[in-house]
Each structure stands twice: as structure tokens, then as C-alpha cells.
Design a protein around this ligand. Structure first.
Ligand code: MG
Length: 393
């Protein structure tokens, strides 16, 4: 029997022995399956280690007790594994995808990405911007330098497919040109990725909705009263109080989040089971041909979207969060401009930039890669070193 950590593997799960393989052929490991090996390579990578100093919502220096990209990725992995096991999906693969999914994130979260995208669009005549999912793949395929035989980590197709959650048509065409039938193809053919990839996408949403409520309330920017608007959370707050009428403060917060998380996980398991039963895919490839099969129930999908909007209105666009992200945007844009026009200002540890003569866009991409790899505090230190300005205390 095919097993993965005690659960049996479904016929529609991805199987390491039937993987579409790596970009460079390697001898299989004697003790680990291909997806375990991917997961281990990710854990040992530089980009993964840097996630501990990268912003999720709250800038890394704002407090030690908020989520970072690292703890977010661990929570995504935990949730994805909890759902994978009862569905018979491959747990090592979901763990690999979840741990790697954010390695392309810039410092300062989405503000950093938006700034870098705007900078790249100005330089590139063919509007080649900066996309964090595409960057995650770029980190795994090229920017990690660890092996004598190849660039990148040379991960399995299935892990790379899961990391590339979104991709513009222009980037998909670029990928398809360099790797025909590879990870870019599904964006052109408009098909779905394997079920483990679909699962990690949803686990990401479940994770950030839950932990952003937690960080939001503990930071004082959100209140439990305000959260009454967010139906799915409030339902479990009321249920928690019914069972524990004296519950207040953090314990009430944590109990409500815990119940909401469990309910969402069980909802995905039940809805996905029903959809899979209906579609009856016999292989992982067949599952890719159907509409998404790893889903919330329609009711939970609406409630999760509502929670997302609530967080967007009340937390991500909170004036205090906005103020710090505006300044973070200035840091990233300032560094980009400076390195691009005065490469001599790059620190000694930086890679050498390609010459400007024939392909100025290559230099811009190298600068974007370098800035995207920075941690929040390294970017702040660099900005201060070059401008003398201190944008954060
Ligand atoms: Mg994420």
C-alpha cells in the first residue's frame, strides 16, 4: 500500500514515483522520496531562512510576537497537512509547497512587492514587472546557489507547479518558451494544478485570515466588537462564550480562532470529498483537467471572502499599517533607483550587475532580484547607509 505518514495515498494524489521529474535528472535518494527531498532542500535554503525577518503584515521591527513570513509558512504547512492526510493527498508534497510558497516575497510584504513592480514596469519596455509567485519560482530555479551541477534547487515539477500559484500570461509564455509543457503551460491552457497545489492555495488563505485576526487584535488595531461584522469569526466567538461564559481577552480570542480554523478545515475536507466523488478522477493528471476540486463549501467560500474583505478594510488599510507600508515603499523604490543608476553603491556582498550596454533590462532584473532577497532590516540599513535618512525608529 502507498502510505504517506500513516495515511493511505489516494489514486488521484501526486506520487513521487510518477513525478514529472526535475529540470536536471538526478539519482533518486536511497532514503527519501522526491517530495521529501524537495522539502529538505527548501528548509536548508538561504531564501527560506530569510523569511524569519520578512514582514507578513506588521513590519518585522514592530514587535517580536507578530507573524513573519516564516511562521506564516509553517502555519500554512500545518493546515495543509491536516487536510491532506484525510483526503489521501501527499503530505510531503503539500509541506514542500507550503514552506516554499512565499520565498519570493520582497521585504515589507505587499508594499515592497508593489513598489518593486512599479519600478520594473518603468524600466521594462515590454512591461515585465515583478510578481511574487513568479519570483518564488525564480528563487527556487535560479537564485539559490548551492549545488555544483545546476543553478537553483532543482525541485520536482509538482513542487514548482504548486509554488507558481498565479502567473501573468506574459510570464507564462516566457516559461513555456524555456520549458515547453512545464509549469507555465497550465496558465495558457487554463487548467488546474495538482490537488496538493490546490490545497496549499486554500491553506494559505485559511492561515492568513486566522493569524491576521490574531495579530490584528493583539496589536490593538482590531477589536472583538469590530469583529462581530465578520460572521464566520463571530459565530465561533459566540459558541466559545456559550460553553465558557467567563472567557475574556486573549483566551476568548484564541478559542474563537481555534474553532474557526477547525470548522474551515473540516469544511474543506467534506466539500473536497464530495467534489472528488462526483468527478471521480483516477489519476493526479485527470484531477488537473477538472475545475478546482479542493474547495470550501459555497457558504464557507462566501464567509471566507467576507472575512478577507473585512481584514482588508480594517487591518491592511488601517491608517497605522498604511503609514508604515508607505514608508516601506519609499525604501524599496529608493534602493532600486540608487543601485540601478549607481551600481558602485552596492554593498560588497552583492552580486556583480550585468553591464548596461546591450541589455539594460537585465541589470534591472538583477537589481530587483537583489532587493527582493533582502530582509526588512537589511533593506532599512541599506537605505539609511545610502541616504542618511532614517524612515523608521
Ligand atoms: Mg502566503
Amino acid at each position: 500500500m502507498n502510505t504517506t505518514h500513516g495515511g493511505s495515498l489516494s489514486p488521484f494524489a501526486s506520487h513521487p514515483d510518477r513525478s514529472r521529474g526535475r529540470r536536471y535528472t538526478e539519482v533518486p535518494s536511497p532514503g527519501r522520496n522526491a517530495f521529501q527531498r524537495d522539502r529538505d532542500r527548501i528548509v536548508h535554503s538561504t531564501a527560506f531562512r530569510r523569511l524569519v525577518y520578512k514582514t507578513q503584515v506588521f513590519l518585522n521591527h514592530e514587535g517580536d510576537l507578530f507573524r513573519t513570513r516564516m511562521t506564516h509558512s509553517l502555519e500554512v504547512a500545518q493546515i495543509a497537512r491536516s487536510i491532506a492526510r484525510p483526503l489521501g493527498l501527499h503530505e510531503d508534497l503539500v509541506e514542500a509547497i507550503a514552506l516554499a510558497h512565499d520565498v519570493g516575497h520582497t521585504p515589507f510584504g505587499h508594499a515592497g512587492q508593489d513598489a518593486l513592480n512599479a519600478c520594473m514596469l518603468q524600466v521594462h519596455p515590454d512591461r515585465e514587472g515583478f510578481e511574487h509567485n513568479f519570483q518564488s519560482l525564480r528563487v527556487l530555479d535560479f537564485l539559490e546557489v548551492r549545488y555544483p551541477q545546476f543553478e537553483g534547487l532543482n525541485l520536482s515539477f509538482e513542487t514548482r507547479e504548486g509554488v507558481l500559484k498565479h502567473c501573468s500570461q506574459a510570464n507564462a509564455r516566457r516559461l513555456e518558451a524555456s520549458e515547453p509543457g512545464g509549469v507555465g503551460q497550465r496558465f495558457l491552457a487554463r487548467t488546474q494544478p495538482g490537488l496538493e497545489a490546490q490545497l496549499c492555495n486554500l491553506a494559505d488563505e485559511i492561515a492568513y485570515n486566522a493569524h491576521d485576526i490574531d495579530d490584528g487584535v493583539r496589536s490593538g488595531l482590531l477589536s472583538l466588537e469590530q469583529l462581530e461584522e465578520a460572521q464566520v469569526f463571530d459565530r465561533y466567538r459566540v459558541k466559545s462564550l456559550r460553553q465558557h461564559p467567563d472567557l475574556v481577552g486573549k483566551r476568548l480570542l484564541f478559542e474563537s480562532i481555534r474553532r474557526m480554523l477547525s470548522a474551515q478545515i473540516h469544511d474543506v475536507i467534506a466539500s473536497t470529498r464530495a467534489l472528488i466523488e462526483q468527478a471521480a478522477p483516477e489519476t493526479a493528471d485527470e484531477a488537473r483537467q477538472h475545475p478546482p476540486l479542493v474547495c470550501f463549501s459555497p457558504t464557507m467560500a462566501v464567509q471566507s471572502a467576507q472575512l478577507k474583505h473585512f481584514l482588508s478594510r480594517n487591518l491592511y488599510r488601517h491608517p497605522k499599517v498604511q503609514d508604515t507600508t508607505d514608508r516601506a515603499r519609499d525604501v524599496v523604490a529608493g534602493l532600486f533607483e540608487r543601485y540601478l543608476t549607481r551600481p558602485a553603491d552596492l554593498p560588497e556582498s552583492a552580486p556583480v550587475l550585468p553591464p548596461l550596454d546591450d541589455k539594460p533590462t537585465q541589470r534591472a532584473r538583477a537589481v530587483a532580484d537583489y532587493i527582493a532577497g533582502m530582509t526588512d532590516r537589511f533593506a532599512l540599513r541599506e537605505h539609511e547607509r545610502l541616504t542618511g535618512q532614517r524612515l523608521f525608529d
